[in-house]
Write a protein that binds this ligand. Structure first.
Ligand SMILES: CC(C)(COP(=O)(O)OP(=O)(O)OC[C@H]1O[C@@H](n2cnc3c(N)ncnc32)[C@H](O)[C@@H]1OP(=O)(O)O)[C@@H](O)C(=O)NCCC(=O)NCCSC(=O)C[C@@](O)(CC(=O)O)C(=O)O
Ligand SMILES: [Mg+2]
Length: 303
C-alpha cells in the first residue's frame, strides 16, 4: 500500500498533466515523464457509462502506484452531476494529494467540496485538512467569481483556466496570439495573485502543433502564470525550460542582490545595476527569481 507524503500548497507546478483515470496504459508509469503534477481525470476524459469503472481504477492506482515526488491531483466531476460525492470519497480514501474542481463557478462550490473532503477524511481516518483543492475556471461566471473562489478555503492552492469549455462558452476558437482569452487570463491572474495562490494556464489541445504550443507557453510566462495544464508528455520539456529563469536572469538577480546588500549597508535605497534602476521591489523580485531557479534545478548558488 502506498502512503504519500503530506501535500504542499506551494510546491513547484510548472506542468500538470491530464490522463484518463481509467486507462492503465497512461497511468501506470506517468511519473517517468517528469511533469510536476499529474491529474487523474474522472471527468470529461471518462465516458458517462464508465464513471464507476474509472473510480475503481483510480482507487487501485492511488493505492498501488508509487508516483514519488510527482504530485497526484484528481479531477472530479462537476457539482451538477451525480458523480462528484463518490469521486471525493474515492480521492480521499485513496490518499491523493488534491482535488481539481471541474467547472467551478462560486465560493459555494469550493465550500461544498471542502465539506465533503472533510467528511471523507473523518470517514477514512485521513488527517483533517490534508486534501488540497484547486479550482478549474471554465466559464465566464467562473472567471467573474475568480477572487471569491480562490479565497473560499484554506485548502485552496491555485486555479486554472480551462480553454476548451471557456472558448465554447464565449463562442470563440483558439486564436494565434491568444486575444480570445486575454481578458479572462488576466482577470484570473489578478485574482490568484491578490489571494496569494498559484495560477495555471489551460492545456493546448493541438498536440502536433508544437509551434503554436510554444508561442502559447511563452506568452503564459510573460503574463506571469506559474504553470500550465498539459495533455501529452511531449509538451512537458518546453514548459519546464520556459518557466525556469534563464542564465542571464539568474546572473542579474545575483548581481542585484549582492550589490543591494552593500548599498543598503551604505545607506543607499535606489541606484542602478547594469544601467537599470533598482530599489526594494527589484531586490525582492530577484530573490523570487533565485528561489524559482533553485526549485527548477538550474541554480545552486549561495544566495
Ligand atoms: C491525446 C492523447 C489521446 C494522444 O495519445 P497518443 O497515444 O496518440 O499520444 P502519443 O504521443 O503517441 O503517446 C506517446 C506515449 O505517451 C503516453 N501518453 C500520451 N499521453 C499521455 C498522458 N496524458 N499521460 C500519460 N501518458 C501519456 C502514451 O501512452 C504513449 O506511451 P507508450 O505507448 O508507452 O509509448 C493522449 O495524449 C491523452 O490521452 N492525453 C490526455 C487527454 C485527456 O485526459 N483529456 C482530458 C483533459 S483536458 C479537458 O478535459 C479539457 C479541459 O477541461 C481542460 C482543463 O480543464 O484545463 C478544458 O475545458 O479545456
Ligand atoms: Mg473542461
Amino acid at each position: 500500500m502506498i502512503t504519500r507524503p503530506k501535500p504542499q500548497k506551494n510546491r513547484l507546478r510548472r506542468t500538470m498533466m491530464f490522463m484518463n483515470a481509467q486507462k492503465p496504459g497512461l497511468i501506470k508509469d506517468a511519473y517517468i515523464y517528469g511533469s510536476d503534477s499529474i491529474i487523474l481525470d474522472l471527468e470529461d476524459a471518462v465516458a458517462e457509462n464508465q464513471k464507476d469503472a474509472a473510480r475503481f481504477s483510480l482507487y487501485h492506482t492511488l493505492k498501488t502506484i508509487d508516483y514519488g515526488d510527482t504530485e497526484v491531483i484528481v479531477r472530479i466531476n462537476g457539482l451538477d452531476t451525480p458523480h462528484w460525492q463518490e469521486d471525493i470519497r474515492c480521492v480521499v480514501a485513496g490518499g491523493a494529494d488534491g482535488i481539481r474542481i471541474a467547472k467551478c463557478e462560486s465560493a459555494k462550490d469550493v465550500k461544498t467540496v471542502e465539506e465533503h473532503a472533510l467528511a471523507a477524511e473523518r470517514e477514512f481516518g485521513v488527517e483533517e485538512g490534508r486534501t488540497l483543492i484547486m479550482a478549474a475556471l471554465e466559464s465566464p461566471k467562473g472567471i467573474m467569481n475568480a477572487y471569491e473562489i480562490v479565497t473560499a478555503s484554506p485548502r485552496m492552492f491555485g486555479c486554472a483556466i480551462s480553454g476548451g469549455d471557456f472558448r465554447k462558452s464565449m463562442h470563440v476558437q483558439i486564436v494565434k496570439g491568444g486575444i480570445e482569452m486575454l481578458a479572462a487570463r488576466g482577470q484570473m491572474l489578478l485574482a490568484a495573485r491578490a489571494a496569494g495562490v498559484q495560477c495555471f494556464d489551460t492545456m493546448y489541445p493541438n498536440i502536433d502543433d508544437m509551434e503554436g504550443f510554444k508561442a502559447e507557453v511563452s506568452q503564459n510566462r510573460e503574463m506571469g502564470f506559474d504553470g500550465k495544464s498539459v495533455v501529452n508528455p511531449k509538451q512537458i520539456q518546453f514548459v519546464h525550460e520556459t518557466f525556469a529563469p534563464t542564465k542571464k536572469e539568474i546572473a542579474y538577480a545575483e548581481k542585484l542582490i549582492r550589490s543591494f546588500n552593500e548599498q543598503v549597508d551604505a545607506g543607499v535605497g535606489v541606484y542602478t545595476v547594469d544601467g537599470k534602476m533598482v530599489d526594494i521591489p527589484f531586490f525582492e523580485d530577484a530573490k523570487r527569481i533565485l528561489a524559482l531557479a533553485r526549485a527548477c534545478g538550474v541554480y545552486d548558488g549561495d544566495l
